[in-house]
Design a binder for this molecule. Sequence first.
Ligand code: IMP
Length: 206
Amino acid sequence: MPKRVLVVATRNRGKIEEIRSFLSGFDVEIRSMDDFGPIPQPVEDGGSFEENAYKKASHTAKMLGFPALADDSGLVVESLGGEPGVYSARYAGAGATDEANNRKLLSAMEGMANRKAAFKCVISIAVPLGPALTYEGSCEGEIAPGPRGENGFGYDPVFYYPPLEKTFAEMTAEEKNAVSHRGRAMKELRSEFDKVLVWLKQRLGD
Ligand code: IMP
């Protein structure tokens, strides 16, 4: 029997390889958007990570006719009322660099005693028609007084994780994956993936 195809709704090679390795051993063929021609992109204008992840997964599944997986993530800062949240990638404006986003965050946090923050990640798996499955992961930490470390991307240099006494940018990829929002959501997905395959079979009727 041919393997179940699951399209990962991203062109980010790092993410695709990460998902391939998390789901290795399961009877599934992970395809990337690069295995297909160009398709219109959905507008990521949802008010929550769940909504955006679902939009991306469902749109991709509908366009390509295969089940699709998408994730959406970002940083939620308690004393900023949850900002930057779904605007994490464009906090300092459309097309903002990571440095600009970090600068804006650090200046918004100036003088704030409560520096609690969490990274959140939602993974959605959708079929061409109907509902989706959702997996979530989060990682709690604090906004550091200034950037530290050279690794990672995005807000990693300003996200301090107290249990390891390091920012995410001071961690190795392995250290970060073991505790990060995305790593935790992926682990949850992997632990349930047998059930996901059964769910897909039922929904797709094959
Ligand atoms: P995406 O949903 O994975 O595209 O992430 C949206 C934005 O959230 C990114 O552009 C980053 O600014 C931020 N972000 C998400 N995950 C991480 C992370 O692991 N480290 C640092 N920043 C992150």
